[in-house]
Write a protein that binds this ligand. Sequence first.
Ligand SMILES: Nc1ncnc2c1ncn2[C@@H]1O[C@H](COP(=O)(O)OP(=O)(O)OP(=O)(O)O)[C@@H](O)[C@H]1O
Ligand SMILES: [Mg+2]
Length: 214
Amino acid sequence: MNLLKANNISHSFDTELFSNVSLELEERQSIAIIGLSGSGKSTLLNILSTLLSPNKGEVSLFGKNISTMNAKELEQIKRKKLGLVFQQHYLFRGFSVEENLEISAMLSGENIDKELLKNLGVEHTLEQKVTELSGGQQQRISIARVLTKKPKILFVDEPTGNLDHVTSDEVKKIFFDYIDKENAGMVLVTHNDEFAMECDVVYKLDNKELIRVK
Ligand SMILES: Nc1ncnc2c1ncn2[C@@H]1O[C@H](COP(=O)(O)OP(=O)(O)OP(=O)(O)O)[C@@H](O)[C@H]1O
Ligand SMILES: [Mg+2]
């Protein structure tokens, strides 16, 4: 099944960031987007994940152009089928880890996955307040929170930025195992070349163009 299709997307803020960007994502497929800081990777991810409308071009999700969807339809897809792991994670800071995970589980009718927490090495943090955790632990909780929803498409922005080598290898494995097990797809933005090159397809945003490098 085609999960995501971007057709000739262009976007500018003050100046043009990129133009004529097209890509497609299938089930069980991973795409990485690499490129220099400021090249527009996060902006492109925001467009693909429906958070931002492009100046030009179309994005289709599950075979349907999102500009033809009504607000309710788009909201349902965002809530149930898209999983966004941001460069800056947005955990609820005043709450415990368990509360953060419960909110996500409740919104999507899933349960907290204890096995997943164990694999991420954060199963002992459930009772703790988010503010008591290290940056890397918070990042892993934000990954657990997103996977708890069982999304069909993962949009992941620099997930290993705060992690040491060993933990970042584990996180990498968790994402690849997840897309295999759930027949999902992933669009990953990263400065971690090793992680990028393990994806099925790799693009580089360079000179306002998206160039396929793998
Ligand atoms: N909402 C916005 N309004 C205006 N300019 C923006 C906005 N968001 C991003 N930009 C600009 O667009 C450019 C690309 O930003 P973006 O965050 O997409 O880069 P990036 O490739 O993800 O960089 P990094 O690797 O550092 O995360 C930057 O120059 C940034 O200042
Ligand atoms: Mg970025």
